[in-house]
Write a protein that binds this ligand. Structure first.
Ligand code: ADP
Ligand code: MG
Length: 363
């Protein structure tokens, strides 16, 4: 089996009227970790299972290197798989679990032992090879599952929400470990999650999935700072949505929060919604402003200032700990723009209105 890159071309999988995969394509380079990110039910597991040969596709092709493996049975594909739920064999020790695939492949006992010792070291469980699953924590069990998946020297590593059942702290710890191990082994990997923070933290590239298709593929920074669709903007990170009217091609006047200079260009007079991240906004106290600071919530390294406009619309503005001290709840404030907006979307349900000439001249 060639080591190398993985290509999914136009995968289709239907369950009755459900289109779990609806022309899904993705390329993963050798050594690369691609995170498939999307809400529950968008087709992530189906995509992963298709790569592993656990689903019969209704269309499309799976390639490893130049080989079309679409019709190959799972056993021949040599894929390493880790699922969300601990799937260790309970009657085998950690080492025996790791050696399982090698035993099936008739690798000698001495060689198996050497390999399982190496892998126990690799996943940070050097001393725990003799333990049974019930004697290991959830995080340790997933380390064993990872070692077991890697034992057969798979062509591709497939991880389906491997951290979802773990506590927050273990989750963060183990995702860093998975990343380290994946880099060390240098294996093409698909890591499925619905957790955007997890995706941003470990991916080389993130593929955002929506209703059985890949909505956007890019580096974590691209996905975060330059989402190509509204779905991606709202699924990854926090985003404000403010409606207004374009007074210039690149300027939108909002009813409650002032004017925004937008990155894209729209028809003057069109009704639009502007999407902007909290950290691209600022807030300052102002006498008799039309907005109020209604809440300041602590996020660990920054604060989220919750602002309410005169019409009741809400905005979140990121505020540094230093800045936060100056504010008091209930005070009158104004919002200003610090950085670029993400996207401008036409508000199709409202008719376009003509801008009065005197308004159009305002900045
Ligand atoms: N065996 C199945 N039978 C019927 N529908 C299924 C089956 N597996 C998945 N689906 C449906 O296909 C869609 C995608 O599922 P899945 O790939 O598990 O999504 P995800 O992993 O992103 O949560 C969902 O609507 C799900 O209900
Ligand atoms: Mg799933």
């Amino acid at each position: 089996m060639p080591h190398g890159n993985l290509r999914l071309e136009g995968l289709k999988k239907f369950y009755g009227s459900t289109r779990a995969l609806d022309g899904f394509s993705l390329h993963v380079q050798a050594g690369e970790l691609v995170v498939l990110l999307g809400p529950s039910g968008c087709g992530k597991s189906t995509a992963l299972r298709s790569v592993a040969g656990l689903e019969r596709l209704d269309g499309g092709h799976v390639f490893v290197g130049d080989h079309d493996i679409t019709q190959q049975p799972t056993a021949k594909r040599n894929m390493g798989i880790v699922f969300q739920h601990y799937s260790l064999f309970p009657h085998l020790t950690a080492a025996e679990n790791i050696e399982f695939g090698l035993k099936i492949r008739k690798v000698s006992g001495a060689k198996r032992r050497r390999r399982s010792n190496e892998l126990l070291e690799l996943v940070g469980l050097g001393e725990l090879g003799d333990r049974f699953a019930h004697q290991l924590s959830g995080g340790q069990q997933q380390r064993v599952a990872l070692a077991r998946a890697l034992a057969i020297e798979p062509t591709v590593l497939l991880l389906d929400e491997p951290l979802s059942a773990l506590d927050a702290k273990v989750r963060v710890n183990l995702r860093e470990e998975i990343r380290r191990v994946q880099k060390e082994v240098g294996i093409a990997t698909i890591f499925v999650t619905h957790d955007q923070e997890e995706a941003l933290a470990i991916a080389d590239r993130i593929g955002v999935m929506h209703q059985g298709v890949l909505e956007q593929l890019g580096s974590p920074t691209e996905i975060y700072a330059a989402p190509s669709t509204e779905f991606v903007a709202e699924f990854v990170g926090k985003v404000n949505r403010i409606s207004g009217t374009a007074t210039q091609e690149d300027m939108v006047m909002t009813r409650e929060f002032g004017s925004f200079s937008i990155g894209d260009s729209v028809a003057v007079g069109s009704k639009v919604s502007v999407l902007v991240r909290p950290e691209q906004l600022g807030v300052r106290a102002i006498a008799n402003g039309s907005c109020r600071l209604v809440e300041m919530s602590f996020l660990g390294s920054s604060f989220a200032a919750h602002i309410r406009g005169s019409g009741g619309s809400k905005l979140i503005v990121a505020v540094s700990p230093d800045e936060s001290i100056a504010f008091s709840i209930g005070e009158s404030v104004e919002v200003f723009q610090r950085g670029p907006t993400l996207l401008t979307i036409a508000d199709i349900d409202e008719p376009e209105i003509a801008i009065p000439a005197e308004l159009a001249k305002l900045d």
